[in-house]
Design a protein around this ligand. Structure first.
Ligand code: ATP
Length: 274
């Protein structure tokens, strides 16, 4: 288990954006008094309808956006900008096309002034962790989409963050590649004990990975309900997990609540869980 672990506290976070379109100026209230405590080593899935503020919340956690009010702390220290204790994996890996996989993973270490030999060793370790050591010298255009996401994950892990933020990291991948990467994330979480906050639209993915699924609702973005996932860890073979009654029951419970916000009539017509 890694020494670096951190709890995250989100206290009463609100955020609005001013949107200007032509002569019209509109105030969009994106997050309304969001509060959540994430325990050290916990994996949280954030889900909810499009536009409910999931990415905005993640950007505030990373320090790319400032909340209008409320605060976020990591291990008790207030987040005031980007910092070494957090890193993010994006939906598209956003790799430098002219750099090899290894050089892409080295990037964050370079920015921190880590000497060449040490950063190459660390980057190779992380590529190994995501099963890509054999492709260290390939450029992004010589890698599949799934491999590029693995490089993005290795790059995020290279700086040994206490908190890993993942914004729909597998959203653009085909189903089989996605399932492989879900298993990888579970293994890496098990091996490193990182605190992970993971945004996904995919309820299967949310239940498979998370200790708790946080369902957000839009207009304004807020936490609607929090669902603890009682599945034991390590979760092992995901085909088996998907076949468990507890898995389908939890997925259905969350889906029903999500639909109650999106299509109230359909949700009312669906049978209750269990
Ligand atoms: N920089 C910005 N300026 C203006 N409005 C913004 C900005 N960033 C986000 N928004 C608005 O905030 C709202 C929430 O966006 P956000 O991307 O956080 O939602 P989301 O839940 O992640 O959506 P999705 O599931 O579609 O990715 C949207 O209405 C969006 O248009």
């Amino acid at each position: 288990m890694a020494a670096k672990q951190a709890g995250v506290t989100i206290e009463d976070v609100s955020k609005s954006f001013t949107v200007r379109a032509g002569k019209q100026v509109e105030q969009v209230h994106v997050l309304d008094r969001v509060s959540l405590r994430v325990e050290p080593g916990e994996m949280i899935a954030l889900t909810g309808l499009s536009g409910c503020g999931k990415t905005t919340l993640l950007r505030i956690l990373l320090g790319l956006e400032r909340a209008d009010s409320g605060r976020v702390t990591v291990n008790g220290a207030e987040v005031r900008g980007c910092g070494e204790d957090r890193s993010m994996v994006f939906q598209n890996a956003q790799l430098f096309p002219w750099r090899s996989a290894l050089q892409n993973v080295e990037f964050g270490l370079e920015a921190r002034g880590v000497p060449k030999r040490e950063r190459s060793r660390t980057a190779l370790d992380k590529l190994e962790l995501v099963g890509l050591a054999h492709a260290a010298d390939r450029r992004p255009d010589q890698l599949s989409g799934g491999m590029q996401q693995r490089v993005g994950l290795a790059r995020a892990l290279s700086v040994d963050p206490a908190v890993l933020l993942m914004d729909e990291p597998f959203g653009a991948l085909d189903a089989q590649t996605r399932e492989g990467l879900q298993a990888e994330v579970l293994r890496i979480h098990q091996e490193t004990g990182k605190t992970i906050i993971f945004v996904t639209h995919d309820l299967d993915e949310a239940v498979l990975l998370a200790d708790r699924v946080v369902l957000m609702a839009p207009n304004p973005g807020r936490i609607d309900e929090i669902f603890p996932v009682g599945l034991a860890r390590p979760r092992g073979d995901l085909v088996t997990v998907r076949g468990l009654k507890e898995f389908s029951a939890k997925r259905y419970e969350i889906w029903r609540r999500l639909m109650a916000g999106a299509h109230p009539q359909a949700a009312a017509a669906a049978p209750a869980a269990g």
